[in-house]
Design a protein around this ligand. Sequence first.
Ligand code: PMT
Length: 417
Amino acid sequence: MSFDLSVIPHKNIILAVTGGIAAYKSAILVRRLKDFGFDVRVVMTHGAQAFITPLTFQALSGNPVHTELLDPEAEAGMGHIELARWADLVLVAPASCDTIAKFANGLADDLLSTLYLATKAPVWVAPAMNQQMWAAKATQRNLQTLVEDGVHVIMPDAGEQACGDVGLGRMPEPEDLARQVAAYFHKAQRAIAEKFGLLAGKRVTITAGPTREAIDPVRYISNHSTGKMGFALAAACYAAGAKVTLVAGPVSLDTPNGVERINVKSAMQMLDASMTQLEEGCDIFIATAAVADYRVAEVAEHKIKKAGDELAVSLVKNPDIVATIAQQQQRPFMVGFAAETRNVEEYAAGKLVAKKLDMIACNDVSRPDIGFASDENAMTVFFAQSYHLEKRELEKASKQEISQQLVEAIHDALLQK
Ligand code: PMT
């Protein structure tokens, strides 16, 4: 089974450390879990503190360490019930014989045993102990009880032990444990996506096509956008389970099946319609439209008559729609497009930052075979730094196929939110 483990959902992990020499490995485990983007809070038993200090875990996790059940100060921060609710998974590593016995018998005389009873999150234990203690009938009986109670028991490794014995009882390496946790969440997420679609239940607004900026009642300023890219993306988002609204400039394309469409002409109208969508609820905003950067300062009421050899028309800047939406307090996940004719990637990466976007897809519109009006496109996708995702090259393909890959890129980034 192979997973792209760079793409896992943001989740909260409680790492519970109990008394055992393997506790030193748990410090590295915090690091590895954080490498996968998990938020980690550490709970320590008194036994664990004989091997390693809470300060170490505080520094590595970036969160306060929880050690006491009946400490009013600690309870005022995040008490055992809140901790139990906060966790998406409780990983006990190393899990001592004593803790396993407590769990098996429902004791609740310290923070960890209480948290165990109070949480609805999956609980994983990674036993680590002397090989004779591991083999003891009582330990095996308790582990069997835990399995029957739905706890996931991670088998210890065999090998030389700190006490000099050789046998089963070593805690698996931190890298291995962290990968198992990441794979668990990744698999669960994929199962949901496969069943309901990558964007199941998301409300998506897409701007598409050109805008037209009137000069007079018969003339306008516009560009070569046909809306093909935005309409293909709308169809892909709908197929991925999203509720999609297209804010479409003047184009002659049929509305994709299942998609709601709002027709606009000018940039100002596109902004108004986009803001309305935001108010009505929008989780993902995708700006494929080629919006005119300028509009005519004063649109002539009547057709301008031909006179003289030159005609000067004064232009004023249009608002930047995608940047305006990105500035709102309750902002959706923001996807921009960038149409460039040179320094494509450099300019696109600049727009990602300047417009405060989460993701940007750029295309080279100087190429006649892709971009404007073509049925095909080729794109480079950049993510905002906070996503820790590598840029993606989408090779030349139909706009439908490119849209499918963009949906996957959006989904992957959303997992990390
Ligand atoms: O419609 P097609 O014929 O299929 O062509 C597709 C396309 C080439 C138009 C599309 O792939 C594309 O590149 N769209 C973005 C075009 C563009 O205006 O890029 P830009 O680099 O000028 O703008 C950057 C981003 O800001 C874009 O997301 C744009 O929608 C947005 N913007 C720009 C100006 C403005 N006033 N408001 C905006 O929201």
